[in-house]
Design a protein around this ligand. Structure first.
Ligand code: ADP
Ligand code: MG
Length: 685
């Protein structure tokens, strides 16, 4: 503990070796401060601590050898390439080392002197070879002689450079980091102190160090999240009295006139919502249900109850087109009950908007459906009682709480189509009550899914043509281009052009990507909906729930680059009408995991099964890395590997909060700080 003499928030530019150029590169990695720097954790390690004798080396392994140069470098030229060769020896063998285009090495090695080399070794009979190894003089210790951390994503920064910068950062804070966890927690759970943990996570001396260091940091990260969630929940529950909607308004009045029979799951969820709405406690409920499971009608029935109890309701959707779609379905049913719905999106005329705002304030509008436009300050309700956000992961917590401030403790339903395993949901959405629709309406046709390779391209294209001839439409999703939006746009446009000019020249092809203006996107989507466009080439922007019942084909290029959950979301764009629909996953690569992932997609349409498999096959790091899950991001914890810690920490958090709900006692002061910090940065729930 003790005094904090170091400023962890100081700009990373003050760290040794960080000049103006490197600052920019570090910022790209989201490293802005000294603290960001020392908490940029390695993703892997290489053991360059223990040298091996050549005869012990196994073909293909990464090893450190200590050997004597037997010659000066000899150079060969092949075209423009310079090839440098060095032969080295230890007591057990001879190794042939090669570098390409490293002319500056020419005089680096002196015959008779010892050096260290680290790299991948190949063993062919009794011949050892290394290409482009890392090298050092025998007594140097910069790049070898220890366990070396490997950092995730470094862009143009070299691993060596980043490592040395982090080393410098660590030097500044050595033994001076203020402890962040209370002593009693450290002791009871046998955890390392913060200084030890931070130092050893970067530079473990033994591999077991890494486990202990990691355990401590994961524990802290997960405990903080759990405490923050519980605090949120306490706040909700202790907040003033919520609305008690009228017990005499029966949801069944509307259920009975629906054109379809609700599924058991829908009915169960409605019961849960009805109970919450009638109780005095403000509802704060997450409604999870796979694409097409029928969440909209749930929102509609809840809104019906709110309106008939004398309140207004609002539905917020992430896109204008989705909002319009909701308006249509709401009006189709609710106008018979004399309920007045309106649409508020940014593209309506000023005059119309003024009129809507006025009627809203007078209580002449019962249900306002719209986009972010609803959040604007001048949108004032007469007596808002129910707030629904659709595709909740598209909205930040802040935005959701903004709508909620337009009323006095309204009931809130957050709808989400991203199924996550129930155990995780319970933990991660600790502050919300959860309702799950785990059943699709009957008679849904399974979307036939095929995983194909490049060689099948022509057949796929012919298949698309046959479908279009029958009057259907197709989506083609472009490969994800990692980390580079510009390139992604380029690939969308190029692909669309190629398809328009060559492959599908007899049809209308258009494209859609995230950088287009909302209005442009809506126009294209509308045209697609109206059947003026037959083939829509797009990025993942189409994953959000727009309904085009006539589209029956979803082609996903380079499907191996997408997460399963995302593939599932995309697939959910088809199969929304009466037609048999198809999803074609084009993939490359021979990896076993890729093969298994494609198989999961072909085998099942169940989002919950897919999300479990996704976790299993990729690990949570990737699973939750995709922003579409809208789950909290962790610096070090991996929800798949660390599920054990997560459960333990959840129990501990409960115990702490039970005893000290406000975290106000002296011994929990530090925990309170951690939670506060969590709220002040971002908490994505
Ligand atoms: P999502 O949960 O993805 O938002 P929607 O609410 O858009 O799904 O529902 C998808 C389609 O299923 C809509 O056309 C809706 O009218 C229909 N639907 C919803 N519930 C049922 C049901 N119980 N039986 C038949 N069709 C239903
Ligand atoms: Mg929906």
């Amino acid at each position: 503990m003790g005094y904090n003499m170091i400023d962890l928030n100081k700009d990373v530019k003050y760290v040794k070796m960080v000049g103006p150029n490197r600052v920019k590169l570090l910022n790209k990695l989201n490293i802005y401060t000294l603290k960001d720097l020392i908490t940029y954790y390695p993703r892997d390690y290489e053991d360059r601590s223990k040298p091996k004798n050549l005869y012990e080396c196994i073909d293909g392994e990464e090893v450190l050898i200590e050997a004597m140069a037997t010659n000066k470098i000899s150079e060969m030229h092949k075209g423009k390439m310079t090839i440098s060769r060095l032969i080295v020896k230890d007591q057990t063998g001879t190794c042939y080392i090669t570098w390409f285009n490293q002319g500056y090495l020419r005089d680096k090695f002196q015959p008779g002197k010892m050096y260290k080399f680290y790299g991948k070794i190949s063993v062919k009979g009794s011949r050892f070879e290394m290409n482009s190894p890392i090298h050092e003089e025998i007594d140097q210790k910069r790049n070898t002689g220890k366990i070396i951390p490997i950092y995730p994503l470094t862009y143009e920064l070299k691993q060596n450079t980043l490592r040395r910068i982090i080393e410098n950062g660590l030097l500044e804070v050595k033994d001076k980091l203020p402890e962040t966890l209370p002593k009693y927690i450290l002791q009871e759970n046998n955890l390392w102190d913060i200084n030890h943990a931070i130092e050893r996570i970067h530079f473990p001396i033994e591999f077991s160090d890494f486990n202990k260091a990691r355990e401590r940091l994961v524990f802290e990260e997960l405990l903080t999240m759990q405490l923050a969630l519980l605090k949120l929940k306490n706040n909700h529950e202790q907040s003033l009295k919520g609305i008690q909607f009228n017990k005499d308004v029966n949801m069944s009045d509307i259920i009975n006139i629906l054109p379809f029979k609700l599924t058991k799951a829908q009915l169960r969820v409605l019961e849960e919502i009805d109970r919450d709405m009638e109780s005095a406690k403000p509802m704060n409920r997450l409604l999870q249900g796979d694409v097409g499971s029928g969440k909209t009608v749930i929102a509609m029935i809840a809104a019906y109850k709110a309106v008939k109890s004398g309140y207004q309701a609002t539905i917020m959707a992430p896109t204008a087109i989705l909002a319009s779609q909701h308006l249509e379905s709401f009006q189709g049913i609710l106008s018979d009950f004399g309920i007045r719905c309106e649409l508020l999106i940014s593209s309506i005329t000023k005059k119309k908007k003024t009129e809507i705002l006025e009627r809203l304030q007078n209580g002449e509008i019962d249900i306002l459906i719209g986009t972010h436009a609803i959040l604007e300050e001048n949108v004032v309700f007469k007596n808002l009682g129910l707030v629904v956000t659709d595709e909740q992961h598209r909205f930040g917590v802040k935005q959701r709480s903004t709508v909620a401030t337009k009323a006095q403790n309204p009931d809130i339903i957050a709808m989400s189509a991203t199924p996550i395993p129930r155990t995780l949901a319970l933990i991660l959405y600790g502050d919300l009550d959860i309702s799950i629709i785990d059943e699709l309406p009957p008679n849904r046709k399974k979307i036939e899914t095929y995983a194909v390779r490049k060689s099948m391209e022509e057949r796929v294209n012919n298949f698309i043509k046959t479908q279009i001839k029958e009057g259907r439409q197709a989506y083609i999703v472009c490969p994800l281009v990692e980390e580079n939006e510009e390139m992604q746009l380029k690939s969308v446009i190029e692909l669309a052009e190629k398809y328009q000019k060559e492959t599908f020249c007899e049809y209308t092809v258009s494209y859609l990507h995230g950088k287009m203006k909302a209005k442009e996107k809506d126009e294209i989507m509308q045209k697609f909906k109206d059947g003026e466009i037959q083939i829509l080439v797009a990025t993942t922007v189409i994953e959000v729930g727009v309904n085009v019942p006539n589209s029956s084909i979803m082609v996903i290029e380079n499907a191996e680059r997408f997460g399963l959950a995302q593939l599932h979301q995309l697939r959910g764009r088809v199969g929304r009408g009466e037609y048999q629909s198809y999803c074609i996953l084009k993939y490359e690569g021979n990896g076993e995991t890729t093969r298994q992932r494609m198989k999961v997609m072909c085998d099942t349409n169940d989002g919950f099964i897919i999300s479990e498999k996704d976790l299993e096959l990729r690990g949570a790091g990737d699973f939750f890395g995709t922003e579409q899950h809208g789950l909290p991001e962790f610096k070090i914890a991996n929800l798949f590997e660390d599920i054990g810690v997560l459960k333990k920490v959840q129990r501990i958090a409960f115990e702490i909060m039970e005893e000290d709900a406000l975290l106000s006692s002296e011994k929990n002061k530090m925990l309170n700080e951690l939670v506060k910090e969590k709220f002040s940065t971002r908490i994505e729930i």
